[in-house]
Design a protein around this ligand. Sequence first.
Ligand code: SAM
Length: 329
Amino acid sequence: MPLYDHHNRGIDYLRISVTDRCNLACVYCKPRQNMHVLPHREILQYEEMHRLATVAAGLGISRVRVTGGEPLVRRGVIDFIASLGSIPGLQDISLTTNGVLLPAMIDDLHGAGLRRLNISLDSLEPRKFSEITGMQAWDSVWRGIERAEELGFTPLKINMVPVRGVNDDEIVAFSLLTRSRRIHVRFIEFMPIGANDRWCTEACVTADETRDIIEREIGPLTPFTTESGAGPSQNYTIPGARGVIGFISPITKHFCSTCRRLRLTADGKIRPCLLSDTEIDVKSPMRGGCDDEELRRLLKCALQIKPERHYIHATAQGCYERTMSKIGG
Ligand code: SAM
């Protein structure tokens, strides 16, 4: 049984950010000025995350996604993922990564029981990838994707944030990946989150616009529905294709009424809504010796304050205190 929040949404999904650090500096994610990273003591230990996940699973959370920052830069993350698999009630464990370290780690991740992977990739052109991310690592990410396909990760999702004038000319190329590969390519609207000084309305390529671009070039897409609780993505296929094209539109079509998530930030805050800075501290109580009953109370409290919806389209940029990498994307 999932947990129910104040607005009667079943909440069964927890995103755990294991670090606020990232090995990339994507132009649409990080502010241009240097970003402060937290000292190690401020970050939850794996034991603390495991404890919180266990209590959450006892309350009805059945799905966990490990994210960051870049989760693969934190030492011990493979063991942590393996340890999540032993928590009673957790049925689905997944990982979101930029893929840079995947070639060295993917076999061990598979060995740790991981089967679901989202890889963020914003360009199919190595040079543009470096311009967007600040690192020459496209080949590594691509090798990681190919190995994930070989190992049979299902579904294997590639997340792309189209930013006008940066990579929107690659929308069709990304879509065509799904013709011959069993990959989900998901286009995510660029959000004005964090101290993001690059965001402006014009930079955001909306989901409708992205779909128009694809249908103009390739032809009509066919609606595609599968897994129950498939999440916020509106899915389609190119007729006859092996893969899926998804559109995630937090800006133009908020999907708050179907949101089933809580987030645990790397510094130990439960964040009920990505797009609201209201958070509940669980690190201080845990370090102060609280019992599991108190953690249950705090988790239930997070459900009570989970907002009915966000108002991001009406919000000026930079209103949120944390960037995506600091919240856990
Ligand atoms: N490092 C991991 C990765 O790259 O997937 C996990 C964290 S990253 C913050 C998670 C996702 O957030 C990535 O797919 C990234 O593209 C997305 N993201 C970051 N900033 C964003 C923004 N302002 N709008 C939309 N998506 C954003």
